[in-house]
Design a binder for this molecule. Structure first.
Ligand code: PHE
Length: 339
């Protein structure tokens, strides 16, 4: 039996030397060490040995087994190494190759404009307040002195969700919400998205407004004008002039439309301002006392001024953008020009 074992050991070594790949190695393992393997078979034969010989032969079997296992492991290691080298060669990465570089855009013109407007207003003591885009008819219209069926509702093509719920058509909705919860005096601005059913080169169904509202004692048109001059100069440059034209909004009385000198020609008239020297930019006025009363503010004691304008329009005027839709296409070539 010992002889048999020694023979087996020699045979295994010779065979192992000729093995050249992992599959053959596995077959070899099964052939010698598997359940039906050669060594296992010898082990089974030990039953027939006299008891005193069993430990000796047993030790020998274990030794041969260990030898074979060690040899298999070292062969396996060799094969693994070869395999790894093969893969590394195949997936070679040249770390010295120059990098492709990232496409860099810029802050969206709208974000730039909002940053500028908000910064300027916060410096003048305004607080930023936000309101919901899905709004009640009440805040968008009724509380602002625009009852159901009022003809001025036609000024804004509103997206209705139900009879009483809509996509807000103006940030003025935040005026009413604010007046109901804040005690005067206060100064707030409300930047945000608004919606109207309108679409061409200068109108988008989704656009952006910034509303301003100041409520205090002794507020007059002079306060409104001074504040807007300051804001427009911070936005378009120190030489900027503004002018008021009489207008109408149900929630302000008197109401004005505010024009700003064209930042391109500085008032002398050019293609962009159609020769007028001015750009129409804001709606504004003294808050209608009816609105103050509706929102629970004593209109004998307090007065307010409000203004609202399109942030998209400011971005377009500032950057000479002629089509509002280009602001929402996310074309990186367009954004790159806005640096
Ligand atoms: N909400 C008005 C609009 O969208 C603008 C405005 C705001 C006018 C505040 C007066 C006061 O046209």
């Amino acid at each position: 039996m010992q002889e048999k074992l020694q023979q087996l050991s020699i045979q295994a070594k010779t065979e192992l030397n000729q093995i050249a790949d992992a599959v053959a190695l596995n077959n070899f393992k099964v052939k010698y060490l598997g359940k039906q393997g050669l060594l296992t078979e010898i082990l089974r034969g030990m039953r027939d040995l006299p008891a005193e010989q069993r430990p000796v032969v047993g030790a020998l079997v274990n030794q041969v087994r260990q030898e074979i296992e060690e040899q298999i492991a070292s062969k396996q290691e060799q094969f693994d190494k070869i395999q790894l080298e093969k893969e590394l060669a195949k997936n070679y990465i040249d770390i010295t190759e120059p990098a492709k570089g990232h496409e860099k855009g810029a802050l969206h013109p709208l974000s730039q404009v909002f940053e500028l407007l908000i910064d300027s207003c916060v410096n003048m003591g305004f607080k930023v307040v936000e309101g919901p885009e899905v709004e009640l008819d009440y805040y968008n219209f009724e509380a602002l002195n625009i009852p159901k069926n009022h003809p001025s509702r036609d000024m804004q093509d509103t997206f209705f969700i139900t009879d009483n719920i809509l996509l807000r058509s103006q940030t003025s909705s935040v005026q009413a919400r604010t007046m109901q919860v804040m005690k005067p005096p206060f100064k707030i601005i409300s930047p945000g998205r608004v919606y109207r059913n309108d679409s061409d080169a200068t109108h988008s169904p989704v656009f952006h407004q910034m509303e301003g509202l100041v409520v205090d004692e002794n507020i007059s048109m002079a306060d409104l004008k001074a504040m807007l001059v300051e804001l427009m100069r911070k936005t378009f440059g120190e030489q900027t002039q503004i002018r008021f034209r009489p207008s109408f909004f149900p929630f302000t009385e008197p109401s004005v439309e505010v024009d700003v000198t064209c930042p391109t020609c500085r008032g002398s008239g050019c293609r962009l301002c159609k020769g007028t020297g001015y750009m129409e930019l804001l709606g504004a006025g003294i808050v209608n006392p009816k609105v103050l009363e509706e929102c629970g503010i004593d209109s004998k004691k307090y007065r307010g001024f409000a203004f609202g304008f399109g942030a998209d329009r400011v971005a377009m005027v500032k950057n000479s953008i002629s089509d509002i839709r280009s602001m929402f296409r996310n074309d990186i070539r367009f954004l790159k020009q806005m640096k």
